[in-house]
Design a protein around this ligand. Structure first.
Ligand SMILES: [Zn+2]
Length: 242
């Protein structure tokens, strides 16, 4: 074998070895990932959550508050024009009185089950026996006054729908049809009531609704996007400020 052939032969063997090793390395990596599938998935998940939770938001950034962060990012302050959703938020905000919003929000599924998916007519027609039964339901806030207020508020909600065509038309008229866009820099700047919430609260109370004080109503207005109270440094602010 001459020198040239010897060289080519060695080159070929080197390449074959290299390819075999590379394929082996890929296979080993593939097998490793397969064996540790759950672990890799978990690590990726944890990393994603870390990145997600590192963004600035007005609330919901504490450890374990991922669901609250999701609510903040996708619901809080987004304008709502659907009557069923407007009714749902009204009942939930009323149930919040004296408690944290996070506590009530965690019971949202329980509320949907207990109150016919917030079908206003069905809630207005709930009998006393059904309401009394809800006082044992751990899925909701078991406060008698709040439970009965849901039915009363449903009746008033229906009356408003009849008078104005929709609750949406009625409630948004208190802010002239468009969201009020604020520009608060710190959470201390955000008010708990405004003249608009005073007016809406007063009108709802006059019509017979319960648990609709001005503070509750202002929180409601923030939640359904009638007012944009995301802080200016919040990543949601700009999207909702237009
Ligand atoms: Zn925010």
């Amino acid at each position: 074998m001459d020198l040239k052939n010897e060289y080519l032969h060695q080159e070929k063997r080197f390449l074959q070895r290299w390819m075999k090793q590379s394929i082996d390395a890929c296979s080993r990596l593939y097998i490793f990932l397969k064996i540790h599938d759950a672990w890799v998935y978990h690590a990726t998940y944890v990393l994603n959550i870390r990145v997600y939770m590192s963004r600035f938001r007005c609330f919901g950034n504490k450890p374990g508050q991922e669901f609250y962060a999701h609510y903040h990012d996708f619901e809080w302050g987004v304008p709502v024009h659907n009557d069923t959703r407007l009714f749902e938020m009204l009942i939930l905000e009323g149930a919040q009185a004296g408690l944290s919003w996070e506590t009530v929000l965690k019971k949202r599924v329980g509320y949907r089950r207990a109150f016919h998916n917030f079908d206003v007519r069905k809630v207005s027609e709930m009998r006393d026996a059904a309401l009394e039964k809800l006082r044992q339901d751990k899925g909701i806030i078991r406060n008698r006054l709040k439970i009965y207020a849901a039915r009363k508020n449903a009746s008033v909600f229906l009356e408003i729908q009849q008078l104005f065509g929709s609750f949406d038309t009625y409630v948004w008229s208190f802010v002239g049809g468009n969201p009020i866009v604020n520009a608060w820099e710190t959470s201390q700047d955000v008010p708990v009531t405004t003249k608009e919430s005073d007016a809406l609260s007063k009108d709802l109370q006059k019509r017979g609704m319960k648990f609709v004080g001005s503070t509750i109503i202002y929180a409601y207005m923030q939640a359904v996007g009638m007012v944009n109270d995301h802080l200016t440094k919040c990543h949601c602010y700009a999207n909702l400020a237009v």
